[in-house]
Design a protein around this ligand. Structure first.
Ligand code: NDP
Length: 450
């Protein structure tokens, strides 16, 4: 066993003993550490500076109570978190998730992934993540507002435009960012770029809502281009029906592909005719305004099947865009996708594929773009929103979209080159982890033991 293998094993043991009961965090740490083996073998300084011991330990974790009053006048209490994971290359940056499943393990995995993702964007952003076990589903706008105000009353002590800049994630869209921003402004008496994903009327960036979905499709295009192929004519399976899923469908349509599925936590719709722009407008109204269930799509359009409680991975497709949540593609699902001819997976969601499923894709030589590379477009345009806020300017759609395309191309190139350099050509998982890690690790060494 090489000394690098022993070092990685000792760090895994440390991670397991310190973070027992945090399976998602340990899953994310295992995936990254395993792919760093060749780097650690060739570069002893990372071990000498105890980089792995430090990089798996959040710089700061804040856990707080969020009391709020529901429409019946009753006091409700939720638990909230902010994980400030790593600030070696910039202020903490990462989204807020409001979902009943939110816990320390999930947010630490997301914050850990964010560190490497943000590094890949080429922009100066550290990694963080936060949220609460609050479920916006079935709540009135007033209840959501009161929750957001109480949440921000505490969070505002810990964030700032040069310290920690949250954004949206599952359950935190334009409405929630508005309420959060309003309360921060009121408490601090300052109008700054403390959050991204803001409305364009009050400091937001054009293309930010589109950025994650568009970026995942641009990443897919870059992968396909290595085989002289493109999205045109491809049948695509998309999961989720929220922000990332919606703009994935929009971009696939623009590039001449056809999306045949969408889903939510209730089930999956299969539309063999394709979710064209008109049907997508229906979905946007259903999900963003009426806040209904995807099942209604099958009741509205002809020839559509609804699979209650099922995920989309049983359909025949060329490309898959998982865009709902973590661990939504099991090893079995991955095998089914490969068997049915799926040649590309571009992850809009964070860690949607279980470890066994990742191995299936890599073995089958599927073009597999892991979330930390493929969905980095969202945080990249958040970085561009910060740049616009700091310079009090607004860029046009074309300017932001052009920069997004350039950044996705650069992330693809970095991941491809890093994988090739260490003899793992075509493995974007290893490439993204290595390229993201090296910049952060070298910056940590530059800044000493802090
Ligand atoms: P939204 O809240 O807009 O949409 C989430 C979608 O996923 C909904 O359709 C939701 O269904 C479904 N979903 C969520 N949790 C589950 C679950 N446990 N089981 C089944 N379905 C579920 O979130 P986003 O579109 O913003 O985020 C989707 C994914 O993309 C997440 O993994 C997020 O971390 C990732 N991501 C998002 C970015 C962004 O900019 N927004 C940036 C980078 C990554 P339902 O309504 O029934 O819950």
């Amino acid at each position: 066993m090489s000394s690098a293998t022993t070092y990685i094993q000792s760090i895994m043991d440390l991670a397991k003993s310190r973070n027992a009961g945090e399976p998602e965090f340990l899953q994310a740490v295992t995936e990254v550490l395993e792919s760093l083996l060749p780097v650690l073998e060739q570069t002893p300084k990372y071990r000498e500076h105890h980089i792995l011991e430090r990089i798996i330990e959040p710089e700061r974790v804040i856990i707080f109570r969020v009391p709020w009053i529901d429409d019946k006048g009753q006091i409700q209490v939720n638990r909230a978190f902010r994980i400030e994971m790593n600030s070696a290359i910039g202020p903490y940056k990462g989204g807020l998730r409001f979902h009943p499943s939110v816990n320390l393990s999930i947010l630490k995995f997301l914050a850990f992934e964010q560190v490497f993702k943000n590094s890949l964007t080429t922009l100066p952003m550290g990694g963080g993540k936060g949220g609460a076990d609050f479920d916006p589903k079935g709540k009135s706008d007033n209840e959501v507002m009161r929750f957001c105000q109480s949440f921000m009353t505490e969070l505002s002590r810990h964030i700032g435009p040069n310290t920690d800049i949250p954004a949206g994630d599952i359950g935190v869209g334009g409405r929630e960012i508005g309420y959060l921003f309003g309360q921060y402004k009121r408490l601090r008496n300052e109008f700054t770029g403390v959050l991204t994903g803001k409305n364009i009327r009050w400091g937001g960036s054009l293309i930010r809502p589109e950025a994650t979905g568009y970026g995942a499709v641009y990443f897919a295009q870059n992968m396909l281009a290595t085989q002289n192929d493109s999205i045109e004519g491809k049948i695509c399976a998309v999961s989720g029906s929220g922000n990332v899923a919606q703009f994935t469908v929009e971009k696939v349509n623009q590039l001449g592909g056809k999306c045949v599925t969408l889903s939510d936590s209730g089930g999956t719709i299969y539309d063999p005719h394709g979710i064209d722009d008109e049907k997508l407008s229906y979905v946007m109204e259903l999900k963003n305004v009426r806040r209904g269930r995807i099942k209604e799509y099958a009741d509205t359009f002809k020839g559509v099947q609804y699979y209650e409680g099922k995920r989309p991975w049983g359909v025949t497709c060329d490309c898959a865009f998982p865009s709902a949540t973590q661990n939504e593609i099991s090893e079995e699902d991955a095998k089914t996708l490969v068997k049915n001819g799926c040649k590309l997976v571009s992850e809009g969601a964070n860690m949607p594929t279980e470890a066994g499923g990742v191995d299936v894709f890599l073995e089958a030589k599927v073009l597999y773009g892991p979330g930390k590379a493929a969905n980095a477009g969202g945080v990249a345009v958040s970085g561009l929103e910060m740049a616009q806020n700091a310079t009090h300017t607004n860029w046009s759609r074309e300017e932001v979209d052009g920069r997004l395309q350039y950044i996705m191309e650069s992330i693809h190139q970095q991941a491809k080159e890093a994988a090739g350099r260490y003899g793992m050509g075509g493995n974007y998982v290893a490439g993204a982890n290595i390229a993201g890690f090296v910049k952060v690790a070298d910056s940590m060494i530059d800044q000493g033991a802090v």
